[in-house]
Design a protein around this ligand. Structure first.
Ligand code: SAM
Ligand code: SF4
Length: 333
């Protein structure tokens, strides 16, 4: 492939150097904002094999991608996912291999993930109260997740960040306890606004969505916050509590959009390359991977060509624009 194609640049001049790779749509939790209670998951024939996921990752890295985040569904429920993670961790050119997990299996896997080359881990936790944690995740066990967080801290990852979705009527009174839990352990925390990805079956999202401005004000009533100088290539905006090293992030896709700085695309476990979280523009990488007449260069060419259809921005809650029907577990969060 000619040199000038070894970089992914869309028609708005944004360079894509980060992919979020979903390794499964399945999960051992059923969080109310992410899934319905009676989910039907994809049959095996429709999902990419671990080898196919590896080839997709390799193609992106050869096209200049430096950072991969593995997600899902819950990545740690995919059988033999560790073999994929070890192979990705050894790929030359990849500068960061990160993972987003619900933490339920970190107690068991944290040291192996670190040894496989995982740099950073995001762990989702929306409540520190056992009953409420179960209500939000429908089936999750808080104690296991807390043990998982401790195991991740002991394993020595470059960075650990907690992810919390704050929803009115569920956990809006936990902003301070969750912040303090992170402060006490010197780990980061990010508050994520609930996004309208598919219908939530237990509530109307417009009633529960809580703006990050409100979350930030709530923290500010107790702690003095400084804008963090740390610049991450992503939609998070970080602050720090005066006198503390860890960061508090706000991911506010609903009330703000940072689309002009977007540097990422997603690949679902079906091999659908999604050019934007909030739009349906995509190309089918699985068809290329399974086409006997296509080769690895064809895969790369298709990825390069997809840059032409990366949308300029998302339009969450804008009634003039169609809203995504995909749930987050199908999207790769
Ligand atoms: N199972 C893993 C986990 O929970 O961290 C990884 C996948 S999950 C889909 C990734 C992230 O998406 C989690 O932090 C979760 O809280 C968030 N998420 C899921 N559905 C969401 C929604 N509708 N709005 C905002 N965040 C959502
Ligand atoms: Fe599973 Fe993560 Fe979705 Fe919760 S947010 S149901 S843990 S994929």
């Amino acid at each position: 492939m000619p040199e000038q194609l070894n970089k992914l640049v869309d028609k708005f001049g944004r360079t894509v150097d980060y992919i979020r790779l979903s390794v499964t749509d399945r999960c051992d939790f059923r969080c109310v904002y992410c899934m319905t209670e009676d989910m039907t998951f994809l049959p095996r024939s429709q999902i990419l094999s671990l080898e196919e996921i590896y080839l997709v990752a390799k193609a992106f890295i050869e096209l200049g991608v430096k950072k991969i985040r593995l997600t899902g569904g819950e990545p740690m429920v995919r059988s033999d996912v560790m073999s994929l993670i070890r192979k990705l961790g050894a790929l030359p050119g990849l500068e960061e291999l990160n993972l987003t997990t619900n933490g339920a299996q970190l107690d068991k896997y944290a040291p192996a993930l670190k040894a496989a080359g995982v740099n950073r881990i995001n762990i989702s936790i929306d409540s520190l109260d056992t009953e409420r944690f179960k209500r939000i995740s429908r089936v999750g066990n808080l104690e296991k997740v807390l043990k998982g967080i401790d195991a991740a801290r002991s394993a020595g990852f470059d960075r650990i960040r907690l992810n919390s979705v704050i929803m009115r009527g569920y956990n809006e009174d936990e902003v301070i306890p969750l912040t303090e839990y992170a402060l006490d352990r010197n780990i980061d925390i990010a508050f994520i606004e609930e996004m309208p990805l598919g219908e939530a079956s237990d509530h109307d999202r417009e009633d529960t969505t809580c703006s990050n401005e409100w979350v930030r004000n709530t923290i500010q009533e107790k702690y003095e916050l400084l804008n963090s100088t740390a610049k991450t290539a992503g939609p998070s905006r970080y602050v720090q509590v005066v006198g503390k090293n860890n960061r508090i992030g706000f991911i506010s896709p609903v009330t703000h959009n940072f689309c002009e700085e977007c540097n990422r695309v997603r690949v679902t476990v079906e091999g659908r390359l999604l050019l934007c979280l909030g739009n349906e523009h995509s190309i089918d990488l699985r068809a290329i991977l399974r086409d006997e007449s296509a080769n690895f260069d064809d895969l790369k060419q298709a990825i390069v060509a997809s840059m032409e259809i990366k949308p300029e921005r998302h339009y969450f809650y804008d009634t003039d624009h169609e809203q995504p029907v995909r749930l987050m577990n199908m999207t790769g969060g």
